[in-house]
Design a protein around this ligand. Structure first.
Ligand code: ADP
Ligand code: MG
Length: 339
């Protein structure tokens, strides 16, 4: 179920439970999603570097883990805790971005009958602002239009109506798949310098210094400069993608499902890194995800999208603990079912 969004996941889990109950079919469920494993499985094996490091009942493994790796794994499960990180960036009221009554369209399908293509509306009347230093979450099922909104903000979707006002330089994007977004034939040093070669007239020496500095900010050592992308783990590559996005010191980055392709422990590290960078640099972040729990832990404010519309927008606490919209409630139920 890893590639599915939460409501569909919940349906599949329900189906598996039913098959097991009604037919007595045994299930070996392989997953890195601990919340799902907890909701479905009676007995759990934990594997680390090719070995089974822990085995036990659900309660033993989740509430009385013996092994150090299992403990780390359980601790990195995203939680909805009311007392989340209070030590946050001092936001200002100045906007970095304003979107007003945005509609966006794709043209789809070659019909052999009409010969033409039809214009399909994806985003419907979207308005919101991002303040300086703010982390704004954007959640919704896959296909709801989250990526289209991100691309529209960056002018990558051309057929739009409404207003998109940037108060600072163009935002930078971080994508879901750190494997395909780095040029495999270039070294990390070259990749990190590239934005500076294009967007500044710094000397070779100064560029090199900036690269070292940025590697430190994303918690990687300067030796990484000589490596190629395929010599890095998924988490390390995503750190590099974040570093590339930050090279020209943008005031806003749009991170589109930046942790969805990563393992749970790595997810937690990348979220922590984004939070740290927000605090240190004051960079605003639009964090797009179908995982409601990840968004809650990181964001100051949350927008919920359904079928191209924002159906709910509010502070983290409002949206998660007193949602007004039925769709938001359903999404949240799907999350707590899995706990
Ligand atoms: P999300 O990021 O929330 O999963 P997307 O913004 O990727 O959603 O997609 C929203 C809708 O737009 C979907 O129905 C998708 O099939 C459609 N869509 C996405 N990209 C294109 C495209 N380039 N051309 C036509 N339709 C697209
Ligand atoms: Mg998307």
């Amino acid at each position: 179920t890893t590639a599915l969004d939460v409501t569909v996941q919940a349906q599949i889990i329900k189906l598996l439970k039913k098959v097991n109950r009604e037919r007595g079919t045994a299930i070996l469920f392989i997953s890195h999603d601990l919340a799902l494993v907890r909701s479905l499985c009676q007995r759990i094996l934990v594997m680390y570097k090719g070995k089974i490091v822990e085995e036990g009942s659900r309660d033993e493994v989740f509430y009385r883990p013996q092994n150090e790796y299992t403990k780390t794994l359980i601790n990195s499960m995203p939680k909805l805790s009311r007392e989340k990180n209070t030590d946050r960036y001092e936001k200002s009221d100045d906007p970095v971005l304003k979107v007003d009554s945005l509609n966006a369209y794709y043209s789809v399908g070659k019909s052999i009958f009409s010969g033409g293509r039809t214009r399909r509306q994806i985003l419907k009347n979207i308005s919101f602002e991002v303040k300086e230093g703010e982390i704004l979450g954007l959640v919704g099922e896959s296909g709801s239009g989250k990526s289209t909104l991100g691309k529209s903000i960056l002018s990558l979707v051309k057929d739009v109506e409404g207003e998109i006002i940037h108060y600072t330089k163009m935002p930078q994007m971080v994508f879901q798949d750190p494997f395909s977004s780095l040029n495999p034939s270039k070294t990390i040093g070259w990749i990190l310098e590239e934005p500076l070669r294009i967007g500044s007239d710094l000397s070779d020496e100064e560029r090199n210094r900036r690269v070292d500095e940025m590697l430190m900010k994303v918690e990687l050592s300067p030796d990484f400069k000589d490596r190629y992308p395929n010599e890095l783990s998924g988490g390390q590559r995503q750190r590099i993608c974040i570093a590339v996005a930050l090279m020209l010191e943008p005031k806003l980055i749009i991170a589109d499902e930046p942790v969805s392709a990563l393992d749970l422990t790595i997810q937690a590290e990348i979220v922590k890194l984004l939070f740290k960078l927000n605090r240190e640099l004051g960079v605003s972040i639009i964090f797009i995800s179908h995982d409601l729990k990840v968004v809650y832990n990181l964001c100051d404010r949350v927008m919920v999208m359904k079928d191209g519309e924002i159906v709910e927008m509010g502070s983290d606490k409002e949206v998660y603990f007193s949602p007004k919209n039925d769709y938001t409630k359903r999404l949240l139920e799907a999350v707590s079912d899995n706990q």
